[in-house]
Ligand binder design. Structure first.
Ligand code: A5A
Ligand code: MG
Ligand code: ZN
Length: 467
C-alpha cells in the first residue's frame, strides 16, 4: 500500500461501505455493504456486553445547564458542541446541545435512580450517534463529526475498588472484542493532559494503521466520584449513611470498523474476518458450453447446505466471466470462494480459495465438508490476527534518546517505546521535540533514565504519530 489515505478513500467507495459525498463535512452515508459490516461488528460487542450490562437509550439532546454542571468536562468539550438554539422560528429559552457523549444526559437520571447500595452496581450501555465539531482534518470513520456508531457504557459502583475492577473488566471485554476482529492493540494509561475531561484516569487502546500512525480505537475511563458529586449520585450504605458513588465509562466508535478495513486490507481490497463479512462464502460456478445446468444445480444444493449450516453464502450466477467475479468478491473481502465446474462435479469436489492468503485447495463434497469449511474460517481469522500482530509488533521500537525517537518516527517506524520520568512538563517537551503524541505509559519502570531530562525514569512510555 503506497498511499494508505488514498487506498482507504477508494476502498470505502469501491466496496460500497460509505458514501462520503454527503454535503456536510464529517458526516457520511452508510451504504448497504458497510452497514452490514457495522452490524456484525456491533453484534459481537453487544453480545459480550449483554452478559453483564443492560442496553438503554437516552435522548440526543442535553439541556445547556446540565452540560455545564461538570466544569472540567464542559471545558474539555466546549469547542466541539453543536447547539440547537431554535424550535422553528422561536428562540429556545434554554439552548440544547447535541450530545458529544452522554455523561451529562445520563447522570442526572442516575441521581434519581440510585437509592440504596443494593441498587448497585449499575451497568448500562447504549449505541447511538454523537456529535463533535472536530477541528482536526476529518476522515470517514476515523474522525467524523457525527459519530454514528458510538457505543458507550456507563457504570456506577459503591466503592473505589469496584470501579477499579470494572476498568479491568472493561479492558478485558475490549481485548476479547479486538481479538475476535484480529485487530492488534497497545494499551496505555493516557498522560494526565490527554485523559477524558472529568476522569481520574483514562486507559486507551491504540492500533497502528498501515501509514505508521496510531489510531485510538477504544477508551476506558475511571471517573472516580467527580461526576457523582456534580450530579448528586448518592447511595445509602447498610448502616444508613449517604455516600457518593464511583463511576466508570468506556467507549468505542466507527473507528473499530475503520481499523478492520484498514489493517486487514491489501492491494486487492478488503480482507474481512469471517465473523463480520456480509457474505462469508461466495460460490462461483465455472460454466462452459456443456453441463451448465448440472453445475448450477449442484451449486444451488451447496448453497442450501451451507446456509443451513449457518453461513452467509451467495451464489454468483451472473452471466459474467469467472475472473471478473473473482476480482469483485476479492475486492469486497469475502473470506472464502468456492469454485465448481463440470470436472469437479464428476469428482464430487470443489475448489476453495482463501481471501486472506490466496491459497487454493480441493474440497471433497462428502458428508464432512462443513467441518472443513469451519476449519477454514477458524484458520482465516487466526491468520489475519497473527499477521496483523506481527506487523504491529515489528513497528514497535525502543529509543534511548530524543534524537533517536525523532529519527525512528521520521523513518515511519510506528510506535516508539522509551523511558520517561512521568513529569508533565518533560512529557510535553518530548511531544514538542519529536513532534508526536505520547500515547501513555505501560507500567512502572524499575531502572534507567528519562530520555529527555535524565532524571530516574518511572515508566516505559509509548509515543507515535497519531490520527
Ligand atoms: N463517554 C466516554 C466513553 C467517551 O466519550 N470517551 S471518548 O471521548 O474517548 O470517546 C470514545 C471513543 O470514541 C474514543 O476512544 C475514540 O475511539 C472514538 N472517537 C472519539 N472521537 C471520535 C471521532 N470524532 N470520530 C470517530 N471516533 C471518535
Ligand atoms: Mg496531545
Ligand atoms: Zn523527564
Amino acid at each position: 500500500m503506497t498511499d494508505f489515505s488514498e487506498w482507504f478513500h477508494n476502498i470505502l467507495e469501491e466496496a460500497e461501505i460509505i458514501d462520503s459525498r454527503y454535503p456536510i463535512k464529517g458526516m457520511h452515508v452508510w451504504l448497504p455493504q458497510g452497514f452490514k459490516i457495522r452490524k456484525h461488528v456491533m453484534n459481537i460487542l453487544k453480545d459480550m456486553l449483554d452478559k453483564e450490562h443492560e442496553e438503554v437509550l437516552f435522548p440526543l439532546l442535553i439541556p445547556e445547564d446540565e452540560l455545564a454542571k461538570e466544569a472540567i468536562h464542559v471545558k474539555g468539550f466546549e469547542e466541539e458542541v453543536y447547539w440547537i438554539t431554535h424550535g422553528g422560528l422561536t428562540e429556545l429559552n434554554k439552548k440544547l446541545a447535541l450530545r458529544p457523549t452522554s455523561e451529562t444526559a445520563m447522570y442526572p437520571m442516575f441521581s434519581l435512580w440510585v437509592r440504596s447500595h443494593s441498587d448497585l452496581p449499575f451497568k448500562f450501555y447504549q449505541v447511538v450517534n454523537t456529535f463533535r465539531y472536530e477541528t482536526k482534518h476529518t476522515r470517514p470513520l476515523i474522525r467524523v463529526r457525527e459519530i454514528t456508531t458510538f457505543k458507550e457504557a456507563h457504570t456506577v459502583h459503591v466503592s473505589k475498588e469496584d470501579a477499579d475492577k470494572q476498568v479491568e473488566d472493561a479492558i478485558s471485554i475490549y481485548k476479547q472484542f479486538f481479538d475476535l476482529l484480529g485487530i492488534p492493540y497497545v494499551i496505555t494509561k493516557r498522560p494526565v493532559w490527554d485523559k477524558f475531561p472529568g476522569a481520574e484516569y483514562t486507559m486507551a487502546f491504540d492500533t497502528l494503521m498501515p501509514d505508521g500512525k496510531t489510531l485510538q480505537i477504544g477508551t476506558v475511563h475511571n471517573l472516580g466520584q467527580t461526576f457523582a458529586k456534580t450530579f448528586d449520585i448518592k447511595y445509602e450504605t447498610p448502616s444508613g449513611e449517604h455516600e457518593y458513588a464511583y463511576q466508570t465509562c468506556y467507549g468505542v466508535s466507527d473507528r473499530v470498523i475503520a481499523s478492520v478495513i484498514g489493517i486487514h486490507g491489501d492491494e486487492a481490497g478488503l480482507r474481512l474476518p469471517p465473523e463480520v463479512a456480509p457474505y462469508q462464502i461466495v460460490i462461483v460456478p465455472i460454466i462452459f458450453k456443456k453441463g451448465g445446468a448440472e453445475v448450477l444445480s449442484k451449486c444451488e444444493e451447496l448453497k442450501e447446505t451451507l446456509k443451513e449450516a449457518g453461513f452467509r453464502v451467495h451464489l454468483d450466477d451472473r452471466d459474467l466471466r469467472a475472473g471478473k467475479k473473482f476480482y469483485e468478491w476479492e475486492m469486497r473481502g469475502v473470506p472464502l470462494r468456492i469454485e465448481l465446474g463440470p470436472r469437479d462435479l464428476e469428482n464430487n469436489k470443489a475448489v476453495v480459495s482463501r481471501r486472506d492468503n490466496g491459497e487454493k485447495s480441493d474440497l471433497n463434497l462428502d458428508d464432512h465438508f462443513i467441518t472443513s469449511i469451519n476449519e477454514f474460517m477458524a484458520s482465516i481469522i487466526s491468520n489475519l490476527r497473527d499477521t496483523s500482530w506481527e506487523k504491529m509488533n515489528s513497528h514497535i521500537r525502543p529509543a534511548e534518546t530524543v534524537e533517536e525517537a525523532r529519527d525512528e518516527v521520521a523513518n515511519n517506524h510506528g510506535i516508539i517505546s522509551f523511558s520517561w520520568c512521568g513529569d508533565e512538563e518533560c512529557g510535553k517537551k518530548i511531544e514538542e521535540e519529536v513532534r508526536v503524541d505520547i500515547l501513555g505509559v505501560q507500567g512502572e519502570y524499575e531502572s534507567g533514565k528519562c530520555i529527555n531530562c535524565n532524571k530516574p525514569a518511572k515508566y516505559t512510555a509509548l509515543l507515535a504519530k497519531t490520527y
